[in-house]
Design a protein around this ligand. Structure first.
Ligand SMILES: [Zn+2]
Length: 342
């Protein structure tokens, strides 16, 4: 009997110590029926946060050492969609909620005419710089880094599939850059890929592309015969020095665009697709990036580890689901268990 009492007492003490000790950071992209949550539920979430007197903080405020107390939370939006201006901005003004946008600056446009002509993103149009400026001037929106183009690259010679226009049209520009050509992509191999800022890439030898294609045409037979496939001879792995140079260029282009239009040096970066490695974290640190935002679920401590800020995301979330995640991410012990099992 005494053991049970001890266990219950320890559990209550642990709960009390760790409850409301975490700092929840959430990741959204768009607010609509197909995305993270819809407009109605998002408004309900903001209303709930206001009623319960939560304080929303931004990446820039954290970078500048704002004190994170038990009522602080952070809402982030990645990529930079027009949806953020049309649907999110009116609501955050209504509830005076602060958000952070991590933008792909190469996709942000100058004016409506250019946006109308941006056929590559016609299903999910991006923001204009003037809309971003208006949001920034409200004092509610912090703009930060997410690379210029949200590109992936190949990271090993392990083949995954073969390029077809039908399947890969959405990422056509990305593949054109990787293959160094605009035509005759059909049948080229797609190797294992990760976000382009995550680790050194597998760079194809463009002179060997046609030879590679011929070999790939036999790919299905080889696969059927279960033979070990090695395509390393058709390219090489990028050196750490080249990798670092590339990241420096990517981040600096992203920073220059933000600085040009908004007038400050952004120092917080969200990894595209959440992909990163020890190498990329080190490179980011060495070039002065202060906060690195991941897609790892779970709680952050209130003394935030800026090298690895956890962000929980949603899929058609309701207020009920949001509350549940909020509860878990504020309790560092329950949140940790949630992180392990999810
Ligand atoms: Zn993204």
């Amino acid at each position: 009997m005494i053991e049970i009492v001890c266990i219950v007492v320890v559990a209550i003490v642990l709960y009390a110590v760790f409850n409301q000790n975490g700092f929840p950071v959430f990741l959204f992209h768009k607010i609509d029926d197909q995305s993270d949550t819809n407009e109605l539920e998002f408004e309900a979430i903001l209303k709930h946060l206001q009623e319960k007197q939560f304080k929303t903080v931004t990446a820039r405020e954290i970078e500048n050492g704002v004190k994170i107390d038990k009522k602080c939370i952070m809402l982030t939006f990645d990529d930079g969609y027009l949806n953020n201006y049309q649907k999110v901005f009116p609501l955050i003004k209504k509830y005076q909620t602060k958000i952070t946008l991590f933008i792909n600056s190469d996709y942000i446009l100058e004016n409506e005419e250019v946006r109308a002509a941006d056929t590559m993103h016609s299903h999910y149009p991006f923001l204009l710089w003037s809309e971003i400026q208006e949001m920034q001037e409200s004092g509610l929106v912090d703009i930060q880094l997410h690379t210029g183009k949200h590109y992936f690259h190949f990271v090993s010679s392990e083949i995954k599939e073969v390029f077809t226009h039908e399947e890969n049209l959405q990422d056509l520009k990305n593949y054109q850059e990787l293959y160094g050509r605009e035509e005759a992509l059909e049948g080229l191999p797609i190797f294992r890929k990760r976000g382009a800022t995550s680790q050194p890439g597998f760079i194809l030898d463009l002179n060997k592309l046609d030879a590679l294609k011929t070999r790939i045409s036999k790919y299905s037979e080889l696969k059927l015969a279960n033979k070990a496939l090695d395509f390393l001879e058709y390219g090489r792995i990028e050196t750490i020095k080249e990798f670092k140079k590339r990241i420096v260029q990517t981040v600096s282009d992203n920073q220059l665009a933000i600085n040009h239009y908004l007038g400050y040096n952004a120092k917080n970066f969200a990894w595209p697709w959440g992909h990163f490695t020890k190498n990329s974290v080190e490179v980011m640190g060495s070039i002065g990036i202060k906060g690195l935002y991941t897609c790892i679920k779970g709680p952050n401590r209130r003394k935030v580890d800026l090298r690895c800020i956890r962000r929980d995301s949603f899929r058609q979330a309701s207020l009920k689901r949001f509350k549940w995640k909020l509860y878990l991410c504020r309790n560092t012990i329950l949140g940790k268990i949630y992180e392990w099992v999810s």
